[in-house]
Design a protein around this ligand. Structure first.
Ligand SMILES: [Zn+2]
Length: 207
């Protein structure tokens, strides 16, 4: 008896969101993915491949959850009553995304900060914002910009910054980039344009 079934438990119970339009999309992806498998001359009767099109259909909806209209993070903004005006930094946020060009993963850590003006948000919400924009076919550069645009739009802060480090499987698996090499991107708004403010941020995320 094999104990290597840890990865196929997910197709027994149907997730609650897999209804209506989501079910239709998952079925359609499964249909087309089975065609790709046929082109690759894979044996679709193999026990480990026969349900793969359905699994891929469901998985695409999960990892691309950010494409769905109701998926945007519900951010409650609070008035900055204490007039807190120091930098708020959330570092080492793990994210997982998929490269728009090759449809395979890139992943890494995001470091996000803002300096409040009139509004503040719960710290856990910053990780949700990163996750929302990561869950769609993406470019690391665009993901980084979308995070700061969202922060800027919701909070109207004095400034905001996002720095992302990412490992791209489309480069590493094909041997284009050295394995383990990280790509860094950053986006800044407002007072983070100032060297002194940026220096403080980098000092804080190094800790
Ligand atoms: Zn790529």
């Amino acid at each position: 008896m094999s104990h290597a079934h840890h990865h196929d438990h997910d197709h027994d119970t149907k997730p609650s969101w897999l209804v209506g339009d989501n079910q239709r999309k998952a079925d359609e992806i499964a249909h087309h993915f089975s065609k790709i498998m046929e082109v690759l001359e894979l044996d679709l009767t193999d026990p480990h491949l026969k349900d793969t099109p359905e699994r891929v259909g469901r998985m695409y909806l999960e990892i691309f959850r950010g494409l769905q209209a109701d998926a945007d993070p519900k951010i409650t903004v609070f008035p900055n009553e204490e007039k807190y005006s120091n930098m708020v930094v959330v570092s080492n946020i793990d994210y997982f995304s998929v490269c728009s060009h090759h449809m395979i993963p890139f992943f890494g850590q995001a470091h996000v900060a803002y300096i409040p003006s009139e509004k503040i948000i719960g710290l856990s919400k910053i990780a949700r914002i990163v996750d929302y924009f990561a869950r769609r076919p993406q470019l690391q550069e665009r993901l980084t910009e979308q995070i700061v645009d969202f922060m800027d739009d919701k909070l109207k802060p004095k400034g905001t910054i996002a720095v992302l480090e990412g490992r791209h499987m489309c480069m590493e698996m094909r041997g284009i980039e050295k394995v383990g090499a990280a790509t860094s991107t950053s986006a800044i708004r407002g007072c983070f344009e100032e060297q002194r403010v940026r220096d403080e941020f980098f000092e804080l995320i190094r800790k």
